[in-house]
Design a protein around this ligand. Structure first.
Ligand SMILES: [Zn+2]
Length: 189
């Protein structure tokens, strides 16, 4: 895995290699023998000296900040938390990915029983960055313009259509719940 990562865009918390292979250099940290990127930047694996570095990104504008509106794809959902792969900040598509976490308490002002009613893996979601903690961007969808913008049927994978308060699959007839953005299904902007 390591050689292929040289010259690639990396984000905080990305695995770069193991300490048996490489000496950790600037821009990295080690946890349980695994070397990770500490910063947003470009990974360099010096095969001759067996050293790994990360050079800071030269495009700092392409990094989420507190207050940024981001777009991402839901990768996993548990009862209280959704993990989101952020691929766009504002209107800028990223050359790499950042990991975001949406906790159930940051979904909306009202009570939310379970994250399974908010989003599902594969959905495209718009959110605001509220903090950066432990190398994870913490997100909120507490606004009518924030939430799922595209959702796919968990039964057959077809894009769900918004019908009044519900999302329906026109192919298999399943209806599903999401915390949708006001412009659900109107295109990614
Ligand atoms: Zn379906």
């Amino acid at each position: 895995m390591s050689e292929r990562r040289s010259g690639l865009f990396v984000t905080p918390g990305e695995k770069l290699g193991v300490i048996e292979e490489f000496t950790p250099g600037a821009g990295t940290y080690v946890k349980n023998g695994i070397i990770y990127s500490k910063i947003v930047g470009t990974a360099l694996l010096d095969m001759l000296n067996k050293k790994v570095y990360v050079y800071p990104s030269t495009h700092p504008a392409n990094v989420p900040r507190v207050g940024s509106i981001v777009l991402g794809q839901v990768t996993s959902v548990t009862n209280k938390l959704a993990v989101i792969r952020i691929f766009k900040i504002g209107r800028r598509r990223l050359s790499g990915f950042f990991t975001g976490a949406l906790h159930i308490s940051d979904v909306s002002r009202g009570y939310v029983e379970t994250m399974y009613d908010v989003c599902k893996p594969g959905d495209i979601i718009r959110a605001r960055v509220i903090s950066l903690l432990n190398l994870t961007y913490h997100l909120s969808t507490n606004d009518k313009n924030l939430g799922v913008v595209y959702a796919f049927c968990s039964n057959c994978g077809t894009m769900l259509e918004k019908r009044k308060q519900r999302l329906s699959c026109l192919k298999c007839g399943k209806t599903e719940k999401r915390k949708v953005a006001l412009d659900y299904g109107k295109g990614i902007r």
